[in-house]
Design a protein around this ligand. Structure first.
Ligand code: ATP
Ligand code: MG
Length: 1035
């Protein structure tokens, strides 16, 4: 428990730090003037004026009743507070609820929220807000929604039956309520259980002025449907019922009975009440109203007789008891004398008393039945482990002008809760300091144990005295009880009566009063009714009648076994014991506190009655609580948590402190420059004396946080990027792996396919010559195709290429040869088509050349590729005179030649010109010789590689020049042209050895041809022209 409390205590401190510039101080622990009640009140007031009704003292929540609807309980607000620590948001009841819830989940233990404060301070409202928070905010599964709805709906039902308007509060709880909300390990609200404490049943039959009976009566009468009212025999008028008119306050502005009736009816159906239950329940409520209207008159001797039977008939009808028996029970008392039963008639007073006792008993027992019935509908039957958060909302401390037994019980109850609070907080806090070894001044606080003892101490307390009086034989009265009290409590500082008081005080006390100095102030109780109310006797015959009822609810409320049972414990003792049990329940759980303060006595919105609030602050011990909480130190925190929060402020502790946390904290505070008087190191916590020290630290932290945030952001971004990168890399690897797998599978398939194909191929190959099968025909088709494909890329490019042709496999041999022929033909055709007329002429010339020289002259093959030209001398290089002389013959061809003298064999450069009619030999402007084609006998050349040609000329005249011996570089070209022009193809002779020629008519000479290394032409010793032809390498 300490752990959770301490943790949250620290967290909320920081919340106040962050938000300290908001209105006032959010946590009193940080109030510098923590000893000043005025400062305390100022802070409350300042916040209250801004509608900030919540303030913390550590984990304790102070709530000041605003008496107006604030917009701070929305779903949005709930969401805001969910899972958020105290310190992060302004104080709120949701923050407390949420922290209790999360601590419960985290530590898997039980908790309770003690809501205290005087009547009208806002306890019930607070408890409803908490319940709503859990119902709305806790995780939910549809199945459990009914449980939540029932939990929520139990409130309006119990309030209708157990709350009433008092002078203090229009919706005052007249019973104590402790509700356990059960959660499973997931944090789902799965069930609930309610314990109720001592309903103020006297209200059923009597209300003080300005007060009302329980709400349900008014709701039924005002809101009940016509049919229902008729069925219950009720009039639609509250004034008609004696039990509703005594306070003379049936209508209250803040209460809308008609609407509330609808809410209650709806709530009852949610809680699983069927039509029968509802009929019986309201039958009982109506029966109480009828009972109140049963009036008695006196007979002649003063005994009670019924004024009218009508009302009692309704009672008997609704309670399903026999009229006569009921009538008898209300007018006669059954006295058991020895073995006989004697009926003794009632006086009017007795009859009224019996009637009221019956009304109270019926109502209060029905209330208990109702609580049990609600519990049944909230029950979670699943036996798995659950943790609970208990909500304690009990009637608050109250002081009226006349206070009776009920106020005594209520105020005693508040006294007990205050005692519990003291034990769990003030004492525990002081022990915390001791445990931490921190020296401090003990805080004086008022321990109300003395008052608790005064009331409840065994054999000596007021309750014991009251019980004694109730149980002792003889005539015990309220006054004898008072006397006893005076005897026993005479000197008690918290007890005073008229008799015991000093003169001044006596004036304020009646003789039948006693006064208790409660922790919350003094209350004067009037003893009238104490004995009766404590006895709470129901005449036996009335009880017996009830036991015979046919109404199932009444049957449960008055079990037959009870009729004979022993006298029950007195009311005060029962109550005392139930509070003892409650204390036990609570001390086994971890506590959270909500202290409700009433802002003013007039239920006025926004009014802050300083005196009233100051009084409450005082008696609730809030200042003491604060003082103990601080014990001279504004702040304390476990080392590890302190270090965790502020470690960023010191290089030695950031980002990690590896040593003991306390050493780390020491380093940290030294780095921050804390002075020795500013802090103390406890065993597990650091204690900081001044709030300002912490503020400075917190300010530094605020600044540092931004830097840190940037750094963390950067780191985080890096981390994210790295993560992203890693993810991508992993993805890439995965894809790669998959892809490889796919590839491998493909490869495997390919290989399998290949194996199949190869096998088939081999088989086809091996059987290629056999009869046709699928295998070999496929193989052969492949061979054919592959050959043709290869052939396509390896065809000969020219007609002359005779070597390029792929050797065909046998199967396509024939095809191949046909293709070859086709291809050759195609090339030829293409070639032929590609020949131009020039080329054609040229080729025709070459054909002539071939016919003359092929196989005859050695140099012929070399001449083949050399194309023939139209001429070898440009026209402009021919002398103009020559041109003019011969132009008319049309010049066809020109070429430079060397002419060898006929005698001297001297070489002379000449131009050979062929015309249509003759050959001319020219030198510059001179035409040296003209040979008419007619007189050209023929031409001789050697068979060797030389370029000598001899033109044989017909010489008829000795003056005429003889044959021409010429050397021409383009011999074949010149001779072909000549042969064609002169039409002398057949006159060109290729001669072996020597060639004779005529120098003149009758004078011959000879040209001798031979081969040698160097080509030469010279005059031989024999006078012949010697021609050495170059040796031509045969190709
Ligand atoms: N938080 C709140 N916001 C608005 N109004 C509130 C708040 N708390 C209390 N009130 C007003 O104060 C009235 C009294 O509150 P509530 O019934 O909770 O008091 P109580 O402490 O339960 O008193 P009692 O001891 O008599 O039962 C409410 O009916 C409501 O009008
Ligand atoms: Mg209440």
């Amino acid at each position: 428990m300490q752990k959770g409390k301490a943790k949250l205590g620290q967290l909320d401190l920081e919340g106040a730090l962050i938000a300290r510039d908001r209105v006032g101080i959010q946590d009193f622990v940080l109030l510098d003037a923590h000893n000043s009640e005025t400062a305390f009140l100022d802070n409350l007031k300042k916040r209250f004026s801004e509608d900030l009704i919540y303030t913390y003292i550590g984990t304790l929540l102070i709530s000041v009743n605003p008496y107006k609807v604030l917009d701070i309980y929305t779903k949005k607000q709930m969401d805001l507070y969910m899972g958020v620590n105290f310190f992060e948001l302004p104080p709120h009841i949701y923050a407390l609820a949420d922290n209790a819830y999360h601590t419960m989940l985290m530590e898997a233990n039980n908790h309770f929220i003690l809501i205290s404060g005087e009547s009208g301070a806002g306890k019930t409202e607070a408890s409803k807000k908490i319940l709503q928070y859990y119902a709305v905010s806790c995780p939910s599964i549809t199945l459990l929604d009914t449980v939540r709805d029932r939990m929520l709906m139990s409130n309006p039902v119990l309030e209708a039956f157990g709350n009433a308007k008092t002078m203090k509060n229009d919706n005052s709880s007249r019973f104590g309520k402790y509700m356990d909300i059960q959660f499973d390990s997931q944090g789902d609200a799965v069930g609930g259980h309610i314990l109720s404490y001592l309903l103020e049943k006297s209200r059923v039959v009597h209300q003080n002025h300005g007060e009302r009976n329980f709400h349900i009566f008014y709701q039924l009468v005002e809101g009940g449907e016509e049919d229902l009212l008729r069925h219950l025999g009720l009039e639609k008028d509250t004034k008609h019922y004696c039990y509703l008119v005594q306070g003379e306050s049936p209508n209250v502005n803040s209460i809308n009975d008609k609407n509330d009736w609808k809410t209650v009816k709806n709530a009852l159906s949610v809680i699983d009440f069927d039509a029968n239950d509802i009929e019986h329940l309201f039958g009982i409520i109506a029966s109480v109203l009828h009972l109140g209207n049963v009036q008695f008159g006196g007979d002649t001797i003063g005994y009670a007789i019924l004024n009218s039977n009508a009302e009692l008939r309704w009672v008997s009808k609704l309670l399903e008891v026999h009229f006569q028996v009921l009538h008898e029970a209300l007018t006669y008392r059954k006295i058991e004398a020895k073995s006989e039963e004697v009926l003794s008639p009632f006086t009017i007073d007795h009859a009224v008393y019996a009637r009221d006792a019956l009304a109270k008993a019926i109502y209060s027992r029905t209330f208990t039945w109702l609580v049990n019935r609600i519990n049944k509908s909230l029950e979670n039957k699943d036996s798995s482990r659950k943790t609970v958060i208990g909500l304690l909302d009990i009637y608050g401390f109250e002081v009226f002008s006349v206070n009776s037994f009920e106020q005594f019980c209520i105020n005693f109850c508040n006294e007990k809760l205050q005692q519990l609070f003291i034990q769990l907080t003030l004492k525990a806090e002081q022990e915390d300091y001791e445990a931490e070894g921190i020296g401090w001044e003990p805080v004086q606080f008022f321990n109300n144990k003395i008052i608790c003892d005064l009331v409840e101490e065994k054999h000596r307390g007021i309750i014991s005295v009251l019980d004694e009086e109730c149980l002792r034989p003889g005539d015990a009265t309220d006054l004898t009880f008072l006397e006893k009290l005076e005897q026993r409590m005479g000197n008690h500082p918290h007890f005073v009566t008229h008799k015991l008081a000093d003169k001044k005080t006596r004036k304020t006390l009646e003789r039948g009063d006693f006064r208790l100095l409660h922790y919350a102030g003094e209350v004067t109780y009037c003893v009238v009714g104490f004995i009766d109310k404590n006895n709470d006797l129901l005449y036996k015959n009335i009880k017996d009648v009830m036991c015979l009822s046919k109404n199932p609810i009444i049957q449960e409320c008055f079990p037959a076994t009870e009729a004979d049972s022993r006298r029950p414990e007195t009311v005060a003792t029962q109550f005392k014991n139930s509070l003892l049990r409650l204390t036990e329940i609570l001390t086994a759980k971890e506590a959270w506190y909500v202290r409700c303060l009433k802002s003013n006595d007039n239920k006025q919105p926004g009014k802050f009655d300083e005196v009233l609030v100051r009084h409450q602050v005082k008696y609730l011990g809030l200042m003491e609580h604060l003082r103990v909480r601080r014990a001279g130190f504004a702040y304390r925190r476990r080392y590890d948590i302190f270090l965790q929060r502020y470690k960023a402020l010191c290089p030695a502790t950031w980002p990690h402190w590896r040593g003991v946390p306390s050493d780390g904290v020491e380093k940290l505070v030294q780095h921050l420059g804390y002075q020795p008087d500013e802090y103390k190191m406890g065993r597990t916590k650091i204690f900081i004396r001044y709030a300002r020290t912490l503020f400075a630290t917190e300010d530094a932290f605020e600044i540092c946080k931004h830097e840190l945030a940037t750094r963390i952001q950067a780191k985080y971004k890096g981390y994210r990027a790295k993560g992203e990168f890693r993810k991508q890399k992993e993805a890439a690897t995965k894809i790669e792996t998959c892809w490889r797998g796919v590839q491998a599978r493909k490869e495997r398939e390919r290989r399998a396919w290949a194996v199949k194909v190869i096998k088939k191929f081999i088989k086809g190959y091996m059987t290629r010559r056999e009869a046709k099968t699928t295998d070999n025909s496929e193989y052969l088709a492949f061979v054919r195709q592959s050959y043709l494909n290869r052939l396509k890329d390896n065809l000969p490019k020219t007609v002359l290429d005779k070597t390029t042709w792929l050797t065909p496999p046998p199967v396509v041999k024939e095809t191949s040869s046909i293709l070859r022929q086709l291809h050759t033909r195609m090339m030829v055709r293409n070639y032929v088509r590609g020949i131009t007329p020039q080329k054609k002429a040229q080729l025709q010339q070459k054909v002539v050349t071939s016919a003359i020289f092929k196989g005859k002259k050695e140099s012929y093959p070399q001449s083949i590729p050399v194309p023939f030209m139209d001429t070898r001398i440009n026209e402009q290089d021919i002398n103009m005179r020559v041109l003019q002389t011969i132009r008319h013959e049309r010049i066809k061809y020109r070429i430079p030649v060397v002419k060898y003298d006929r005698n001297g064999c001297k070489p002379r450069q000449r131009q050979l010109i062929l015309t249509q009619a003759a050959v001319y030999l020219a030198e510059e402007a001179k035409i040296k010789q003209r040979v008419d084609y007619v007189s050209l006998k023929g031409v001789s050349v050697s068979n060797l590689g030389d370029s000598i040609m001899i033109l044989h000329v017909t010489c008829g005249d000795p003056k005429q020049k003889g044959d021409l011996v010429l050397q021409c570089d383009h011999l074949f070209e010149a001779l072909t042209k000549l042969a064609m022009l002169a039409n002398k193809q057949n006159n060109i002779k290729v001669v072996q050895g020597s060639i004779k020629f005529e120098i003149q008519v009758g004078k011959e000479s000879c040209v001798d041809f031979s081969t040698g290394q160097e080509p030469m032409v010279y005059k031989g010793k024999n006078g012949n022209l010697m021609v050495v032809a170059p040796q031509i390498k045969s190709r």
